[in-house]
Design a protein around this ligand. Structure first.
Ligand SMILES: NC(=O)c1ccc[n+]([C@@H]2O[C@H](COP(=O)([O-])OP(=O)(O)OC[C@H]3O[C@@H](n4cnc5c(N)ncnc54)[C@H](O)[C@@H]3O)[C@@H](O)[C@H]2O)c1
Length: 435
């Protein structure tokens, strides 16, 4: 497994847990040293125990050296990052191509090279070309096997996937991929075999669709606020329709994270380059970009239109609960916009502060929601961590400068927050004042 980040590490550990022999490789020496010392460098529920179990079982090891493991492998997975390229939004494939170049000379015997990173259509062709250029005698088949796991639920997603998509034309590659995933299913195989380009596109189409669904309900939420309707009820009313489905219909501050923002943008670019623009996703990207700062304006409005010199408590920094991942988290833009308005930010997150500190200058980081609330003119819930779902309102009220609660995740009922003495605003529901 080349790349031991959120995807490579979880995939490698889960494959080992199925009984396969796995070596996770990474260029990041500190990461590999930590893993070899039994310390998991990311926060993902259950991962630490599973890593320990499989190291002890002798099926899982970690190294910075590609040579040994690639020579022995039946399959080499590439699970390195594919961030947005600075400037134009295309996927930056530098890491994928350099991994392909590095592994090319090391393969022995028939080897399937599997791209697990999210990569634009046609990347597999280039990976194959690079390997053949570097080592014309290499006996390899290049397959695409996009990953659909969600951070925060990564292990169960990986072990119980809705489907496994494998893009490979080579029969030997299909056989090995079937064998690798066989422990995952008892009766019916969830593997969908496709050609390579189709598999590559499935991943972008899936993420773009989900991003569009979130954006749709966010725009309905804005309309709800204008016309006095309740977006939670609208979502329930439409989600009950099996053709629509209730998931990804939670209105909020806009999607973020390590995948949706970069993948929607990369799909837009691929589509434009192929003279087949996907306007729905172009609009989705633009709407979502504007939404985050709009959420800051919502907080400013709740504070009477001016936050200059005021302290604002931000509860939750990571892009979603149960991860420490801060990549493209809505909190980053929201905090920046509040700081632009002159606010002093007091922030708390259960596990994200370590990563957040590097990204958020001039923020006071606190050790609890209550410490963050001290002297605040508004408390804003930005990420719906479980520990924010039952806040002690009496305690909170005694700490804040003004009892203003802005709930960007709609985790409270407006009536309840008002009964507790707060001026309460949320997303897609009418603002409630203490009567
Ligand atoms: N994070 C998610 O939830 C998720 C879900 C599905 C798909 N993906 C996709 O999976 C890919 C990886 O994402 P991630 O979140 O795990 O990224 P990540 O940044 O957490 O991990 C990537 C790792 O690859 C290592 N690396 C880079 N080049 C290397 C090389 N040549 N040799 C060895 N190691 C190398 C880096 O040091 C890093 O540790 C991306 O394409 C992403 O879009 C991510």
């Amino acid at each position: 497994m080349i790349g031991s980040g959120y995807v490579g590490l979880v995939s490698g550990v889960c494959f080992a847990d199925f009984g396969h022999d796995v070596t996770c490789v990474d260029k990041d020496v500190a990461k590999i040293e930590a893993l070899n010392a039994g310390v998991v460098p990311i926060y993902e529920p259950g991962l630490s125990d599973l890593v320990g179990k499989n190291i002890r079982g002798g099926r899982l090891s970690f190294t910075t050296d590609l040579a040994g493991p690639v020579g022995e492998a039946d399959a080499v997975f590439i699970a390195v990052g594919t961030p947005s390229r600075r400037g134009d939004g295309h996927a930056d494939l530098t890491f994928v191509y350099s991994a392909a170049r590095e592994l090319a000379r090391l393969v022995t015997g028939f080897t399937v090279v599997v791209t697990k990173s999210t990569v634009p259509v046609g990347t597999g062709d280039e990976v194959e070309r690079i390997i053949r250029e570097e080592n014309p005698s290499a006996d390899v088949a290049v397959a695409s096997n996009p990953e659909f796991l969600r951070e925060g639920a990564a292990i169960s997603d990986f072990k119980r996937p809705d489907r496994i998509v494998v893009g490979a034309d080579d029969a030997r590659a299909r056989e090995i991929m079937t064998e690798i995933y066989r422990p995952l299913y008892l009766n019916a195989s969830p593997i969908q075999f496709t050609d390579r380009r189709t598999a590559e596109l499935v991943k972008y189409a899936a993420n773009a669709f989900l991003a569009m669904k979130i954006t749709f309900i966010n725009e309905i939420a804005d309309l709800c606020e204008k016309v006095g309707a309740d977006v939670q009820q609208v979502a329930r009313g439409i989600g009950a329709d099996g053709r629509i489905g209730g998931k990804f219909l939670h209105a909020g501050p806009g999607y973020g994270g390590s995948c949706f923002p970069k993948d929607t943008l990369a799909l837009v670019k691929t589509a434009q380059d192929n003279d087949s623009p996907i306007r729905l996703i172009e609009a989705t990207v633009a709407i979502n970009d504007q939404r985050k700062r709009a959420m800051a304006r919502k907080i400013i409005r709740a504070c009477g239109g001016d936050v200059h010199g005021k302290a604002i408590a931000i509860l939750g920094l990571t892009f979603k609960p149960n991860t420490d991942d801060m990549r493209d988290a809505p909190s980053l833009s929201i905090i920046q916009a509040l700081q632009d308005g002159g606010a002093k930010i007091r922030a708390y997150d259960p596990v994200g502060i370590g990563q957040a500190k590097a990204l958020l200058p001039n923020v006071t980081f606190c050790t609890s929601a209550y410490e963050a609330a001290e002297g605040a003119s508004a408390v804003a819930i930005v990420t719906e961590w479980d520990e924010f779902r039952a806040l002690d309102f009496d305690r909170l009220r005694s700490l804040v400068a003004e009892a203003v609660l802005v709930d960007l995740r709609n985790i409270y009922q407006p009536e309840e927050a008002v009964r507790q003495g707060f001026l309460y605003s949320s997303v897609g529901r009418a603002e409630k004042k203490v009567s």
